[in-house]
Design a protein around this ligand. Structure first.
Ligand code: PLP
Length: 377
């Protein structure tokens, strides 16, 4: 039996999405920048996608820019805001995704921008008081980059609260929302926030496409120069079938959000109960047992050090259970991920991230538990 419990790394593209993309690849071949009939048709499709996404997130189409995914979105927001707004200080946390931490490190090394890390507790919760304290030290030209939810441990940050703190301190605020767009309701009109990044393959859309939101008052210099697409911000002929596929996946996700979230959370709850009953000494990261502060899609489990713990991921894989040790970039290596090292430095056992989607079921959890029972000695 094959069990795919690595949905935080990537989700399965659904048939409806794929059908829409194939049809588009066949029928819509013209360049959306061409002014003739076929070109205009292609352009209309893209603008329709932009409107669907913006209206759901309660913003204007002009604030949505299509990208190649989460990594580009984070890079675009951080580099562009830092450079256009002459940012001097960036505040982030040590448990952000590399798509945020690496651009900040680059800016620090090469563009004389200082970075500061807000404290997080052992569950990955941000110390909001520390954030206020850090911000109060800088008069202006500060960028805060804090993710909406962490991909490895599932902790959810209160972006409304962070936004209020940023507003009070006159700071720019970017949030990596790759794990929450299409998994949670997001009302951008109710949050003080300059930018968010999203990625389609995290919500049953295609890989290599995503979008960023940029608020009206965050007008920045172009990120990619060229033919003037995306209102001059990100040049290059648009990836129209992927944009269409992403929008289809976006619509499906939000249409069924409540029901599917409940279902996914019930899977997580079921697995937590089973694990607690069957294995002693395990613990969970990122308050994984509490839905309101933790992604329903992510369950991060610490298995105590034992004869079998070192090879646990490998042996799960052999038995057909696909999950990961941390983020996809750090699985496959034996090195503890920086996020896990930050929140739980003393832990010497094995952390496994099981991440769920609407396409998983209880049978798969039962199978995984039976495999774990054989593997954990
Ligand atoms: N940010 C977070 C929180 C993620 O989980 C990921 C993907 O793993 C990314 C950014 C990068 O997104 P993409 O794979 O679309 O480049």
């Amino acid at each position: 039996m094959d069990v795919y419990f690595d949905n935080a790394a990537s989700t399965i593209i659904t048939k409806e999405v794929l059908d829409e993309m194939i049809k588009c690849q066949k029928d819509i071949f013209a360049n959306p920048s061409s002014v003739h009939k076929f070109g205009r048709k292609a352009k209309t499709i893209i603008e329709n996608c932009r409107s669907i996404i913006s209206s759901k997130l309660k913003t204007s189409p002009g604030n949505i820019f299509f990208t190649s995914g989460g990594t580009e979105g984070d890079n675009m927001a951080i580099f562009s805001i830092a450079r256009s707004k002459k940012i001097k200080n960036i505040i982030t946390s040590r448990i952000e995704h590399p798509a945020v931490l690496q651009p900040i490190e680059h800016l620090m090394k090469n563009e004389k921008i200082f970075s500061h890390f807000v404290d997080t507790d052992k569950n990955g919760n941000i110390d909001y008081q520390h954030l206020s304290c850090l911000l109060s030290k800088f008069e202006s030209n500060t960028l805060v980059s804090l993710m909406h939810a962490n991909n490895e441990i599932g902790i959810i940050n209160d972006i409304k609260k962070i936004g209020e703190i940023c507003k009070k301190n006159n700071a720019f605020f970017h949030s990596d929302a790759v794990q929450t767009v299409c998994h949670y309701e997001i009302d951008l009109s109710a949050i003080y926030i300059n930018s968010i990044a999203a990625s389609a393959h995290k919500f049953h859309g295609p890989k290599g496409v995503g979008f960023i939101y940029l608020s009206e008052d965050t007008m920045i210099d172009p990120y990619i120069f060229g033919g003037g697409q995306e209102r001059n911000m990100r040049a290059g002929t648009e990836n129209i079938s992927s944009i269409l596929g992403m929008t289809k996946a976006f619509e499906i996700a939000y249409k069924n959000l409540e029901e599917e979230s409940k279902y996914i959370y019930s899977l997580k709850e079921y697995m937590v109960e089973k694990l607690k009953n069957e294995f002693s000494g395990i613990s969970f990261n990122g308050l994984s047992e509490f839905s309101e502060k933790s992604l329903n899609t992510v369950l991060s489990v610490n298995f105590p050090k034992s004869k079998s713990s070192e090879m646990l991921l490998f042996n799960l894989d052999i038995a057909g259970v696909m999950c990961s040790g941390g983020s996809a970039c750090s699985s496959g290596t034996q090195i503890k991920s920086p996020v896990l090292s930050e929140i739980n430095p003393e832990f010497d056992g094995k952390t496994v991230r099981f991440s769920f989607s609407k396409l998983n079921n209880i049978k798969e959890i039962d199978y995984t538990i039976s495999v774990l029972k054989k593997l954990i000695l």
